[in-house]
Design a protein around this ligand. Structure first.
Ligand SMILES: Cc1ncc(COP(=O)(O)O)c(C=O)c1O
Length: 434
């Protein structure tokens, strides 16, 4: 029988949560029947300053009183202020901004600019990457969503992701030495038709299983791109504005990319994104007729929300908070790893943390069914977390609570996860091989 919630909605990702949400605040959502659920995914990893932060709702109210939408060639104060603020947060020469709506769009625009500037079209991504679901950008999504929609863009190549726990080139054991990167570029060079344009990457691969590249990875990646005159595009949809304990993820390796795409975390729950590049790239593209005029480019209302988000991140020192609370979360999860054989790996940076469930430590086989059962049990006990899927594995919890999360809330989440794992393992021992 069709669920009443499914009567009028296209099921865009399988099914829906078994409840309807009435309100949300901070790290919590409240269901229509009065249950409170701790949201360890910050919505879609957007609500980094907490759900419905009063500064965001206040900024939106002000925009509703003044101006929320305009013809795209008319600019407003929030748009000008946000562009200037983003330019001031990013290192030189990243000083030219376009304000957009979604992460897919920001990445599409970055690649459009890269193609127009270089006059080339081949784009390299990482396996297990996710950059969005629009047709162009989905061509370099190597974690999912290729099957069933017809041809992808030509000229998309994959580099093996630096996934130390399951080395893609069967070389490293637990600590990546970047052989995947060198071998990957050799493959790219041999497949290229001589039109290498750009490489796009997430600083930490989130949807692909919270894969944290080793220190220095992006410095070497940058060199390999420069040798080929390719531009480097960093997709900071989830990592921008503090989640990794730095304002931007690329700061970790001390590099400056040619283009940066930010989205989810900028709007704090409102559709807002931006692509940022250098004056040199902007000028050359404009001279060649760059066009990206959409219904909601440079809209004042989301820009006002973005300004509020950035102000709160600075005033509440949330970047430092993410680093400190991320270390605490990792520490607590390592305690769980010591207790449960099925917790194969715990990894992360700042407040982007992954926990991989395995059937047993020796085989390290992904425990997909266990992951699904534990997710359901956690939700029943009041914790919302999701398992991310990449290829045939669906066994990695990706945790990304709001940066405002407290230690008590982290303790509660770990307690619920621990109890859920214990209960599922006791009731359904067939889900493991131990
Ligand atoms: C790293 C990354 N880039 C891009 C996107 C796509 O963003 P959107 O869904 O806003 O188009 C996502 C969405 O999950 C993402 O995680």
């Amino acid at each position: 029988m069709t669920d009443s919630r499914e009567r009028f909605l296209i099921r865009y990702a399988g099914g829906f949560a078994p409840f309807v949400v009435a309100r949300a605040e901070g790290a919590w959502v409240e269901t229509a029947d009065g249950r409170r659920v701790l949201d360890f995914t910050s919505g879609q990893i957007c609500s980094t300053i907490g759900h419905n932060h009063p500064r965001i709702t206040g900024a939106i109210r002000q925009a509703l009183d003044r101006v929320m939408h305009l013809n795209s060639w008319m600019l407003s104060e929030p748009v000008l202020a946000l562009a200037e603020r983003l330019a001031s947060l990013l290192p030189a020469p990243l000083g030219k901004v376009i304000l957009l709506n979604t992460g897919s769009e920001a990445n599409e625009v970055a690649l459009k600019l890269a193609k127009m500037h270089t006059g080339r079209f081949e784009v390299v991504g990482l396996t297990r990457s996710f950059h969005g679901l629009l047709a162009g950008i989905a061509s370099v999504n190597f974690s999912m969503a290729h099957a069933g929609y017809g041809p992808l863009l030509p000229g998309a190549f994959a580099l093996p992701a630096p996934y130390a726990y399951r080395c893609p080139v069967r070389h490293c054991d637990g600590a990546c030495d970047c052989t995947c990167l060198e071998a990957g570029f050799e493959l790219v060079d041999q497949q290229s038709v001589g039109s290498l344009c750009a490489l796009i990457a997430e600083p930490v691969l989130s949807a692909g299983g919270v894969i944290v590249p080793p220190d220095g990875y992006f410095r070497r990646l940058r060199e390999l791109c420069e040798e080929r005159e390719m531009l480097l595009v960093l997709d900071e949809a989830q990592t921008g504005f503090g989640r990794l304990g730095t304002m931007f993820g690329f700061e970790h390796d001390g590099i400056v990319p040619d283009l940066v795409a930010v989205s989810k975390t900028l709007g704090g729950g409102i559709p807002l994104a931006a692509t940022i590049t250098s004056p040199e790239i902007e000028e050359s593209c404009v001279a060649r007729g760059f066009l990206h005029v959409t219904s909601h480019v440079s809209d004042p209302l989301p820009a006002a929300a973005g300004l509020a988000v950035l102000a709160v991140i600075e005033e509440e020192r949330l970047v430092d908070g993410a680093r400190e609370r991320g270390e605490y979360l990792l520490e607590r999860l390592r305690e769980l790893q010591a207790k449960h054989e099925q917790v194969g790996d715990v990894r992360g940076r700042g407040l982007l943390v992954g926990l991989e469930l395995v059937e047993d430590r020796e085989s390290c086989r992904p425990a997909n069914a266990l992951g699904a059962a534990v997710t359901g049990e956690c939700l029943r006990r009041g914790l919302s977390m999701n398992i991310v899927r990449a290829g045939s594995s669906a066994n990695c919890f990706r945790m990304a609570p709001p940066l405002t999360i407290t230690r008590d809330e982290i303790d509660l989440a770990v307690e619920i996860l621990d109890a859920s794992l214990t209960a599922v393992l006791a009731e359904r021992p067939e889900l493991t091989r131990v």
